[in-house]
Design a protein around this ligand. Structure first.
Ligand SMILES: [Zn+2]
Length: 339
């Protein structure tokens, strides 16, 4: 009888251990403890056992029932624990995984150049002034010695607005606006956006950035202008950069000049960027035309001044070897993240 009981116990335990879900476990309970189970059969067979052994065998069968019962309960607890562990595993945070990267913002390459230019002129005592981008014809042309019949008005393809105003074609109107409100000495740079009604291609865009600079006082000389431009070129393009001044024409300066710098890529020996000349054109300048001083009610007999203007896009393209101006305005992160 004892051998039978222990064989039955072993079978029941194996069965319970292999149950994979609560349904299988319930089947086990019915199979091993139900009315038709082998355990129940044993109890029924108790009447055939010799009376003196009956209590002992009865106790054994009861122990067997209890053991099967508690094994089933233990297996049920185990199953519940497995379910919870699987859930927790899904929700677990792996602190060793690298985090999601947040893209770090950068300063736009044009702003970087603009800041560098402004810093250089700050160090020379220039202060920054700004003016409106929507201008009148007076400030954009007339006050700058560009009368209606002047060919310069054709040279600059202008965006005219319906209200008779226009989008400024250069930052020079700021010069007039500042001079109107201040008495010399004035030493100002005016950075800002300007607009030209031009076909958009790799070399030109409908808007770009200029920095205008001017200095008006008594006894301002052309030599000072040359000195300032030379200092600027060395600060921005590196020590050893030479400048070359070529005669030019602008309606608002007299005499006018174009300023070239020695090519900082080939150091004068000639390369593709400087078109094998060894020189790069970077800005226009000159002594402020007496008519322009008069527009601001300055006496040209008493005051003189110089002015210069440069395109920030052109300088940035030279500095970084960029060959398409449109890249500045497309906001392509692959381009911008290189600066
Ligand atoms: Zn070169």
């Amino acid at each position: 009888m004892q051998a039978k009981i222990s064989a039955l116990k072993q079978n029941a335990f194996n069965d319970i251990a292999s149950a994979q879900d609560s349904n299988a476990l319930e089947d086990c309970r019915i199979k091993w403890l139900g009315k038709k189970s082998e355990t129940s059969q044993l109890l029924k067979g108790l009447k055939d056992v010799a009376p003196d052994q009956r209590p002992a065998v009865g106790a054994l069968i009861n122990d067997l029932k209890n053991e099967i019962e508690s094994t089933i309960n233990a297996r049920r607890t185990e199953m519940e624990f497995e379910v919870i562990s699987r859930q927790l595993e899904g929700e677990a945070i792996d602190v060793t995984l690298p985090g999601k990267r947040q893209g770090l913002g950068r300063v736009h390459p044009l702003t970087q150049t603009l800041d560098a230019v402004i810093n250089i002129f700050h160090s020379l005592g220039f202060s920054v002034a700004e003016g409106p981008e929507i201008e009148s014809e007076y400030y954009n042309f007339d006050a700058l010695n560009i009368p209606t019949y002047h060919p310069a008005r054709d040279m600059q393809d202008t965006f005219f607005l319906e209200n008779g105003k226009l989008l400024r074609t250069h930052t020079s109107p700021v010069q007039i606006r500042v001079m109107e409100n201040r008495t010399p000495p004035v030493r100002v740079i005016a950075p800002g956006r300007v607009y030209r009604n031009e076909a958009i291609n790799a070399r030109s865009y409908c808007l770009f950035h200029q920095v205008e600079g001017f200095y008006v006082d008594q006894k301002v000389t052309f030599a000072e202008l040359k000195g300032v431009l030379g200092f600027f070129a060395q600060e921005l393009f590196g020590k050893g950069t030479k400048i070359k001044l070529r005669p030019s024409y602008f309606p608002f300066t007299e005499p006018s000049l174009e300023c070239d710098i020695s090519c900082f890529l080939c150091h004068g020996s000639g390369c593709r960027v400087c078109k094998y000349s060894g020189w790069l054109e970077i800005l226009g300048a000159g002594m402020i035309h007496p008519e322009v001083l008069k527009s601001a009610h300055y006496d040209p007999e008493k005051y003189q001044g110089y002015a210069f203007g440069m395109g920030i896009e052109r300088i940035t393209m030279l500095l970084y070897g960029i060959n398409d101006i449109r890249l500045f305005f497309e906001n392509d992160i692959r381009f911008l993240s290189q600066f």
